[in-house]
Design a protein. Structure first.
Length: 258
């Protein structure tokens, strides 16, 4: 059996300070991929776990250095990434329906594989949850796509967003700025909602077609109905205000927790 040294890692601690320490080791299983980590994004969830005795980070990208004997999808030298979910059973109703994050046997950041994280030298991840990074994307830019990007895109797919639909994005932070770009590239009519006009120029540069500052237009006068609303802020919005501008059979998708 091949043993993989995880190298140096950064863990949480009771004080909330990151601790640099020696990681453990893993036995390379048949479907495992060893990733030499090049970059990592930093997610708000990492802050939630900063006091936990675990290796932090779940937006990892790097280069494959070893693979198990049954791995076919990637090879040594490939640029790859992984995210929040590390493994699911692949056979339950949730997995078959495309909701593998709800699988009762899921292996997920923060509750399992506490010795594996992207704040370190190396990670061992099941090949089913490793994906190639396109050559057109610099690895330095790819980290946030592993969680923030996947969160937004998954919401778009599961809510049935289609080109030419009018879609609202509430908030223009980490998730919101990705949502605007995805939706614009899909051909949607993108409306950004924010408190003030301070992010109007940025929103339009990212591909938004319309910008609504709620503090300056508190009754949403002359705002046409939207089919979907992606809520990417952590504060509680004035829900009735948004209910009033939703199309019949519209969808509101909250993406964050407070």
């Amino acid at each position: 059996m091949t043993t993989v040294d995880l190298g140096t890692v950064f863990k949480g601690s009771p004080s909330g300070r990151l601790i640099e320490t020696k990681g453990g080791s893993r036995t390379l299983r048949a479907n495992d991929v060893v990733i030499d980590i090049a970059y990592s994004g930093v997610c708000g969830t990492d802050l939630h776990y900063r006091k936990a005795d675990m290796v932090l980070g779940h937006e990892g990208v790097g280069v494959v250095s070893q693979v198990g004997p049954e791995v076919k999808a990637v090879k040594v030298g490939d640029r790859v990434g992984w995210g929040y979910n590390h493994k699911s059973c692949g056979y339950c109703n949730e997995c078959w329906d495309g909701f593998d994050t709800l699988c009762p046997e899921r292996t997920m950041y923060g509750v399992a594989d506490l010795d594996i994280g992207s704040f370190g030298d190396r990670a061992v991840i099941d090949a089913d949850y490793v994906h190639k990074i396109p050559d057109a994307i610099d690895l330095r830019d790819a980290g946030p796509f592993q969680c923030g990007g996947a969160t937004v895109y998954s919401a778009m797919v599961h809510s049935g967003i289609q080109p030419n639909q009018r879609v609202g994005v509430l908030g223009l932070g980490g998730l919101g700025h990705l949502a605007v770009q995805y939706l614009a590239k899909m051909g949607c009519d993108v409306v950004v909602f924010s408190g003030t006009n301070s992010k109007r120029e940025q929103a339009m540069q990212l591909g938004a077609h319309e910008f609504v500052a709620s503090k300056e237009n508190p009754k949403f006068e002359n705002v046409k109905p939207i089919r979907h609303l992606l809520v990417t802020t952590s504060f509680q919005p004035d829900w009735p205000l948004y209910f009033n501008i939703m199309e019949p059979n519209g969808h509101i998708v909250p993406l964050t927790l407070r």
